[in-house]
Every structure is written in structure tokens, then in C-alpha cells.
Design a protein around this ligand. Structure first.
Ligand code: ADP
Ligand code: MG
Ligand code: ZN
Length: 540
């Protein structure tokens, strides 16, 4: 079985690298002038060329070509060895793997040995942000005074997690998302060479979907090419799910009508039907963006199906630009939330709930909508399953728009316990507490549902969240206030809430190779696996 297309198409010379012109130029110059740094940090989104450039640099500094401008030449012994993955002085460490701590410690022992094949020993440490503190410390020691025959190239998608002490010792390069036209161009070339028949508009759809990641773009082509026959736009849309679906339109309608029950029902139905939450969120973003474009400029250039056009015009008129922008923001966050797949749909629910409350808030702005003082509070319902019978005609409760959330809590008293806060009591009261919170605020409720009680001591409840994003959302003023307000009814003494985030995402599909094509397509791009494709992931 041949290897994955994106590996076959890893650039073997600087000229093949798309985008990143400034970085390539700097690295080339360094090689030519023999002024290569001893420590580099390559940061940027996945699939933008960090590992590729690291290998190119490793190859170039060890290339035997006479003229430095020709390095890497890809014909000398060393270049060939690197290309074939058998160059002993190129050591790649994947910090995401369990053994990385040992690897980094071992580094210190082996680093002083001279290179065995080439001029430089090059250590590429991928996903360096995943190193444990102790591994970082070990690394730092070696970065302080590396032997002159050693070059470090650290790569990361999350530069904010790199300690300043490490940053300060590296020459830093930030890789950018690759522009759409360059992705299309590269895909076209690949398809020509690989004899993949694909429509031009399918290519541009794929390029758009991959949001600047060449790796994702090539992988999508790879997957689509494994289907029978020519890859048409329709086939690509089918797999990638980007035709504006009726569900998306209906969801936006639910935001417009502030019909929370209907909106959540749509979300749950879509997810039950197998939609990927983040892909769905992305579709909502795309659609809201169309509305915004129509709102601001009439949207003559938008490619819309005629039957969608009139709905788009109507919905664009129903929202203010500010509401659309807020909605785009919320759903973008849901689309970007990487770690919430242990609670599918939560990000979507939050985005929807926030968009509804946003459009409620702007109702308070005069002259936009007549019923400006009315705040519609939908009936409460289970968040985790589809509402069985969403109320067709809503019975809005009229409330003062600015009432403090805690004060809105329905007066459902009766804690089951004696009012002393300890873990046992909290567990007994927990369902009731959650129900009350749900009656007050949907965002707080969704967040609370997504959390785990980690500890209860000294009138402090520690809640665990599976991602930084969720933790931060809970830490916003409003959700905390709502939860504290409800807790106050159960426990007389003031309760402190501490939110923490675990870093370990729950693996949902143990049989899918992490970061493999299938995994990536599922997680990152929301693809659906239709046909069994062979996963060729293996270490090069
Ligand atoms: N800038 C680029 N130019 C051309 N191909 C690229 C580029 N970035 C990524 N690719 C493609 O994606 C694959 C993975 O790229 P890689 O360098 O490993 O990405 P990163 O390390 O940034 O996640 C490469 O094998 C190549 O096919
Ligand atoms: Mg990489
Ligand atoms: Zn060479």
C-alpha cells in the first residue's frame, strides 16, 4: 500500500515549500552564509510546513554539495540518507509520545558525541509544548550551552505553552496559514501528477475547508480520490458537508426567533444524525458570514443557490450587523474547540445560547425591534436530549431585561441536606443544583453539566473542565454568579468556586490512529467516513 499522499508530497527542496517565503529566505541565507543558529523554534498551525522546514534545514546543513546555495541538493549521500529516513545525525523526538521525557534526558548524555555521518547533529523536537516540566528543564540545560556540532529545532502548534526561558534561547519563526491560491495551485499539481481527476471547484472547496493547512488539504484530496471516479464539487460537498443545509438555516431562524427549545432540538437532531459538531459550527459560521455580506454589501457576488437566496435576504434583514458578528464569533469558537469531543455538541449549544442571549440584549437597543422591553425566556428542557415536544407557540415570560441572573432563579427551595457543604452533601444536592441553574441560565447550565466535581473542602468547590476554553467560559462573571446564586440557597456560608482544566482529552475512538488521516478528517474537518480507507500512518 502506498503511503499517505501528504507524505509522498513532502517538499524535498526549499522551492517546493508553499508560502512561508520569509522563513525560507532566512533559513536559506543562514545556510549560504554559514550562520545557522543553534536553536530554532518553529511555531504555527498544523500542516503549514514546520516539520518539513526543519528537515530541510537539517538536510541543508549536512549537505555535501560544493556550492552552499545548492544545499540541500538531494543527490549527495547525506541528502539521500535524510530523504530515506536513515540519517543518523537527524534525531526526531515527538514530545507528544510517552517516552519523550526519557528521550530528552538521554539527550543530555548523547549530545556530546560528535556527529557520526554529517557535520551537525540536528534534533527536531516536535510538539515541544507537550513536554513535561521536568523534560523542559532537561532541555533547557542543554539549550543553555549546546555543543557547537548540535542544532535544535523545536516545533509547536501552541507557542503560548512554551516557557519564556526556552523561547529566549531560540530563533523564532512563526509559520502562517498558507494562502488559498497557493493551496489550490499545489493541489492541482498533485492531482495532475497523481492522475486524480478532480473538478476545479472541488479543489477550491477543499482548499477553503483546510483553512490554510496544506496537510489537511492534501489529506482531503487523498480521501476523496479513494472514492470511485471523478471528484466533483457535489461529491466533495457530500463528504465535507458544506452545502448550506436546511438545518443551518433553521438554526439561524431559531436564533432570530429566540426559540431556544427549537434551536437545541435542531442541534441534537443534527448530532444524532451523525453531524460533526465542529463541522456543523463551521457551516453556521459560513452561513452567518453570507448573511453579513448580504447585509453590508448586498452580496451580489455570493454563490448561493437560488432557493436559498430569498431566505438569506430575509434573515440578513432580520439581524443587525452586530448580532451577526457576535454569532459568527460564538460559532467560530465552537468550531475551534478541539477538546470538547468528549461532550459532543456542548460548544454548539453554548454558541447557540449565547447568540440567542446576544440578540436578546440587542433588543434592548431602541428602534431595532418594537418589542424591546420584552425578554423571552424559553421553557426549560433537558439539554442532553432532544426536547420531546418543543412548544410550538412559545409562552414568553416577561421579565425586566436587566434583572440580575441570580435573582431570576426560580424559587425552588429544599436542599436535601443540612446545609453543610461537603462532598457527600454536594453530591446529593447536585442534580437539584444543576436543575436550578438550568432554570436561570443556559450557558451556566451547559458549563456545569460539562464539569466534574473534583474536590470540596473549606467551602470551596473545585470543578474540573476538560479544556481551557470551557474553564475560561465558566470563569466569566455571569456563569459563576449564577451558580453561586443557586448554591447560596443550599448552603448558608459563602461558597467559593474554583475551576480547573485537565489537559487530557478523552479518546473516543481507540481504534483510530491519533492524528492519522481518518482521525484528522473526523476531528479537524468533520468528514464522515463513508468507505473503508486504509490508514497508512506510520513513522517515516
Ligand atoms: N508550506 C508547505 N508547502 C508545501 N507542502 C506543505 C507545506 N506545509 C505542509 N505541507 C504538506 O503537509 C505535510 C505535513 O507538513 P508538516 O511540515 O509536517 O506540517 P507541520 O509540521 O507544520 O504540522 C507535508 O508532508 C506536505 O505534504
Ligand atoms: Mg509537524
Ligand atoms: Zn546534498
Amino acid at each position: 500500500m502506498s503511503q499517505a499522499l501528504y507524505r509522498t508530497w513532502r517538499p524535498s527542496s526549499w522551492d517546493e515549500v508553499a508560502g512561508q517565503e520569509h522563513i525560507v529566505q532566512t533559513l536559506r541565507n543562514a545556510v549560504v552564509s554559514n550562520r545557522v543558529n543553534q536553536a530554532y523554534l518553529f511555531a504555527g498551525p498544523r500542516g503549514t510546513g514546520k516539520t518539513t522546514s526543519a528537515r530541510l534545514l537539517a538536510k541543508a546543513v549536512n549537505c555535501l554539495a560544493e556550492n552552499p546555495a545548492d544545499r540541500p541538493c538531494n543527490v549527495c549521500e547525506n541528502c539521500k540518507a535524510v530523504n530515506q529516513g536513515r540519517f543518523l545525525d537527524l534525531i526526531e523526538i515527538d514530545a507528544a509520545s510517552n517516552t519523550s521525557v526519557d528521550d530528552v534526558r538521554e539527550l543530555r548524555d548523547t549530545i556530546n558525541f560528535a556527529p557520526s555521518q554529517g557535520k551537525f547533529k540536528v534534533y527536531i523536537i516536535d510538539e515541544v509544548h507537550m513536554l513535561s516540566t521536568s523534560a523542559f528543564n532537561a532541555l533547557l540545560k542543554t539549550l543553555e550551552e549546546p555543543p557547537s556540532h548540535v542544532i535544535f529545532i523545536l516545533a509547536t502548534t501552541e507557542i503560548h505553552k512554551i516557557p519564556a526561558t526556552v523561547l529566549s534561547r531560540c530563533q523564532r519563526h512563526e509559520f502562517r496559514r498558507i494562502p488559498l491560491n497557493q493551496i489550490v495551485e499545489k493541489l492541482r499539481l498533485i492531482c495532475e501528477q497523481e492522475k486524480i481527476q478532480i473538478d476545479e471547484d472541488a479543489l477550491s472547496l477543499i482548499a477553503r475547508q483546510s483553512t490554510g493547512s496544506m496537510r489537511d488539504a492534501i489529506s482531503l484530496v487523498d480521501q476523496l480520490a479513494s472514492l470511485q471516479g471523478r471528484v466533483t464539487l457535489a461529491a466533495a460537498q457530500d463528504i465535507l458537508g458544506t452545502a448550506t443545509s436546511q438545518t443551518v438555516i433553521d438554526l439561524v431562524q431559531a436564533v432570530q426567533e429566540k426559540d431556544s427549545a427549537r434551536g437545541l432540538e435542531l442541534i441534537h437532531a443534527a448530532l444524532d444524525g451523525g453531524a460533526d459538531p465542529r463541522q456543523f459550527a463551521r457551516q453556521v459560521v459560513d452561513y452567518l458570514r453570507s448573511l453579513l455580506v448580504v447585509k453590508l454589501s448586498g452580496g451580489k457576488d455570493l454563490e448561493l443557490l437560488p432557493e436559498v437566496r430569498s431566505t438569506v435576504n430575509k434573515q440578513a434583514a432580520a439581524f443587525s450587523a452586530a448580532e451577526l458578528i457576535a454569532g459568527i464569533n460564538e460559532f467560530s469558537k465552537a468550531a475551534a474547540e478541539l477538546k470538547a469531543n468528549w461532550h459532543p455538541g456542548l460548544g454548539l449549544e453554548l454558541a447557540f445560547a449565547k447568540s440567542v442571549s446576544q440578540s436578546e440584549a440587542s433588543v434592548a437597543m431602541p428602534a431595532l425591534v418594537p418589542e424591546k422591553n420584552v425578554r423571552v425566556t424559553p421553557k426549560t428542557h433537558e439539554q442532553s436530549k432532544p426536547a420531546p415536544e418543543p412548544p410550538k407557540e412559545r409562552k414568553p415570560e416577561v421579565k425586566a431585561a436587566e434583572a440580575s441572573p441570580a435573582a431570576e432563579a426560580p424559587a425552588e427551595p429544599a436542599p436535601r441536606t443540612n446545609g453543610e457543604l461537603n462532598l457527600e452533601n454536594l453530591l446529593l444536592d447536585w442534580d437539584k443544583i444543576k436543575r436550578e441553574v438550568r432554570g436561570v441560565d443556559q450557558v451556566a447550565s451547559a458549563l456545569l453539566n460539562s464539569s466534574r466535581i473534583i474536590r470540596v473542602e473549606n467551602n470551596t468547590i473545585t470543578l474540573g473542565f476538560k479544556s481551557d476554553l470551557l474553564r475560561d467560559k465558566m470563569n466569566e462573571e455571569k456563569p459563576l454568579k449564577v451558580v453561586r446564586g443557586v448554591l447560596a440557597k443550599f448552603y448558608p456560608e459563602e461558597v467559593l468556586i474554583v475551576c480547573t482544566a485537565g489537559t487530557q482529552a478523552v479518546e473516543e475512538h481507540p481504534d483510530i490512529v491519533p492524528n492519522g488521516l481518518v482521525d484528522m478528517t473526523l476531528r479537524e474537518l468533520g468528514g464522515r467516513v463513508r468507505k473503508k480507507t486504509v490508514n497508512n500512518e506510520k513513522k517515516e
